[in-house]
Design a protein around this ligand. Structure first.
Ligand code: C2E
Ligand code: CA
Ligand code: CA
Length: 656
């Protein structure tokens, strides 16, 4: 039984037996038999002391003895539940023996007042019998015994006993009838309550099962995953405690005692949904869950965490190499094509792993595995990455930066710099790119590509964008001669309607014409959700903003969608002029510039650092450039001085 099944069955319904009348009577009957046993043992002694030996003595002692033994037997049987019929028979036997004893005693020494014994026993039988028919039989026998002595009575006593016997019979039967009716009602109500309880327990077990499993793939869900993890920790800690008792493994064999946490995330699942539709996406997830289930049979717990994320707890691993081999095999298996509704679908998967230490906090280890997964994605996906010391250091730094970012007063700590964009024909500065700078009192100055990425990943980037936009607008507002500004938007901004609305509102609030602002977006940012990105770019374009495609050529380079986007500029990535000795780079550069021309948009070359790269840019036919050769990113004051003609760098360029 797996951990999950155990979790479920722990609260599952208990199999409950119905309560019978006999079961309710059992403690009473046990007392009933015990009292008789006690009574008859006393009687045995008394008879012994008071009677003379003879036929009468032996007759009475035999009857008493048998009754005593039977009473003991009854008490013994009543210690456990009996079948209702058996209880009825035992009781009937006891009652007959009681009547028999009274009859023998009266037969030996008759006294009229002793006839009341039969009336008392009738009452007793009425109270103690479990069924009406049994009490009817017992009471009848008792009254018949009484009647057998009536010929010994004179007329007056006879009529007195006649009435008494009649009254006793009626009232005993009435007691027997109503008592049983009341008790069976209680038993019925009790049974009903138990049935309802059992139904409720079954239902709650079912609901619990549902709440622990993912409705689409039927794999354990996120909640179940944490339950399983807790169980793994508990078992591991117990095993450590009992380690002394465990037999040592042979020296030449590595103990298979490692547990690994493996986080899986599909690569390109979104594209499957977009291209084939959500139904196929769901079928794919089910098919993937089946392959994962097959893998889990070799010693792993697999859960679906939501979306296209699956977590595994892999146990019984001997070494890092073994884990890596198993994950690689799994990823290979997952990357095999799927046939869904007659169509072939392919998807791959990335894995981030961490060796699980039950003594360490689980969430920290999960985020380490998550970090390894992120590295796997960054390194090109469809691969396994094991969290190591280097990652640990990087993750620590990352966490520090993220924490500092969360607590940062962005309005104070962020600043903006401007990098001029130059037209090659006349070396005119036609615009400037706004670039963010962050100096944190906690972690110092962090390069923008680093903190922007972390802000993206932790959902904080829009706060940064808004501060950057506002600071840039404030500068621009103060300039007599307005220079068009290019502002970077991140993927997160582009995917968020409210962010886009806020940015537009901000520009309007500063009373700045949208024609002075260009937004730069990267292909990678677009790819997260092309439809959404396109819609928001349209929104910006309709409001009069220019759109530049940043780092062009460095990303997916799936140019097919370019036509449908409202782009006004391609910013060719600087990697194309980084190596002037590479003849291929120059050719690619030329074709990228040509593509911009075909699309009817202007083209800017980034990273022009020296004369050679400037020459390359000119040869390729670029119209606009940006780079250290013209200017480093600079403060607003420096930019205005440069524009006023006091900047040595720009002057030099203009002269040249
Ligand atoms: P990017 O958008 O491609 O910005 C251009 C980067 O190239 C800037 O780095 C700039 O200083 C650098 N650069 C300019 N000319 C040259 C050159 O001739 N040679 C070389 N090697 N580099 C040059 P920076 O300022 O460090 O920014 C790095 C990245 O950080 C940016 O790349 C952009 O992706 C991101 N970033 C910066 N500010 C913001 C911002 O406000 N918002 C967003 N979303 N991202 C930003
Ligand atoms: Ca940029
Ligand atoms: Ca760029």
């Amino acid at each position: 039984m797996g951990i999950l099944e155990r979790q479920i069955s722990a609260t599952g319904s208990a199999n409950m037996a119905k309560t019978s009348l006999g079961e309710i009577y059992r403690p009473i009957l046990r007392g009933y038999f015990l009292v008789y046993a006690l009574y008859y043992v006393i009687m045995l002694g008394l008879n012994w002391l008071t009677m003379e030996y003879g036929r009468s003595f032996f007759a009475l002692q035999s009857a008493t003895g048998v009754a005593f033994v039977f009473a003991l037997l009854g008490a013994w049987r009543m210690r456990k539940p009996e079948k209702d019929v058996a209880t009825e028979l035992l009781l009937l036997g006891m009652n007959l023996l009681v009547v028999c004893n009274v009859w023998v005693a009266l037969y030996i020494g008759f006294l009229p007042e002793k006839l009341t014994y039969f009336i008392i026993t009738s009452m007793l039988f009425a109270l103690a019998s479990t069924t009406f028919r049994q009490s009817l039989a017992s009471i009848s026998v008792s009254l018949i015994a009484l009647v057998s002595f009536l010929d010994r009575l004179d007329g007056a006593t006879l009529s007195a006993f006649g009435f008494l016997a009649f009254g006793a019979a009626i009232s005993s039967l009435a007691i027997a009838f109503y008592l049983r009716k009341a008790i069976s009602r209680i038993a019925h109500a009790n049974n009903q309550a138990r049935e309802e309880l059992s139904d409720a327990q079954e239902l709650s077990a079912e609901m619990r099962e549902q709440s622990l499993s993912d409705s689409l793939t039927k794999l354990p869900n996120r909640r179940a995953f944490f339950g399983i993890l807790r169980e793994v920790v508990r078992t591991a800690l117990e095993t450590t405690l009992n380690a002394d008792e465990v037999q040592a493994e042979p020296l030449d064999e590595k103990p298979r005692d490692q547990t690994w946490l493996v986080l899986l995330d599909l690569d390109g699942f979104k594209a499957v949904n977009d291209v084939h539709g959500h139904k196929t996406g769901d079928l794919l997830l089910i098919a993937i869950a089946d392959r994962l289930r097959a893998f889990a049979q070799t010693g792993a717990h697999v859960s679906r965490m939501g979306g296209d994320e699956f977590n595994m707890i892999v146990t019984g691993i001997a070494s890092e190499t073994e884990l890596r081999e198993r994950c690689t095999a799994l990823l290979r298996e997952l990357a095999q094509p799927y046939i869904l509704e007659g169509r072939q679908v392919r998807v791959s998967c990335s894995a981030g792993c961490v060796r699980f230490d039950p003594a360490q906090p689980s969430d920290a280890q999960i985020s380490n595995a998550d970090y390894a997964l992120m590295v796997a994605k960054k390194q090109g996906k469809n691969q396994t990455v094991l969290f190591d010391e280097e990652h640990e250091h990087a993750a620590k730094v990352r966490l520090e930066i993220e924490t500092a970012l969360r607590g940062a007063n962005l309005a104070d700590e962020l600043s903006v710099v401007f990098q001029p964009q130059v037209r090659l024909g006349d070396n005119e500065v036609v615009g400037a790119e706004v670039l963010a700078r962050w100096t944190s009192p906690a972690v110092g100055t962090i390069p923008p590509d680093q903190f922007i990425k972390i802000a993206e990943e932790s959902g904080l980037v829009t706060n940064i964008t808004l501060v950057v936009v506002e600071k840039a607008l404030r500068e621009l507002q103060g300039w007599d001669q307005k220079l068009p500004l290019s502002i970077n938007l991140s993927a997160h901004d582009l995917m968020s309607d409210p962010a886009v609305e806020q940015i537009i509102a901000l520009v309007e609030a500063y009373g700045i014409s949208s024609s002075l602002i260009e937004f730069e977006v990267t292909e990678t940012a677009m790819m997260a959700d092309v439809q959404k990105a396109t819609a928001n770019l349209m929104r910006l374009s309709d409001a009069g903003y220019s759109i530049a495609l940043d780092d062009f050529g460095s990303g997916y380079s799936n140019f097919s969608y370019l036509r449908s986007l409202p782009i006004t500029r391609l910013k060719v990535d600087r990697s194309f002029i980084e190596d002037p000795s590479d003849p291929m780079a120059e050719r690619v550069l030329s074709s990228l510039v040509g593509m911009a021309r075909v699309l009817g948009v202007n083209c800017l070359l980034e990273g022009v650092e020296d004369e050679i790269s400037l020459l390359m840019a000119k040869r390729a036919g670029a119209e606009l450039v940006q780079g250290y050769l013209f200017s480093q990113p600079m403060s607003a004051t420096d930019l205005r001085r440069a524009l006023a003609g006091h900047s040595p760098l720009i002057e030099q360029r203009e002269a040249g």
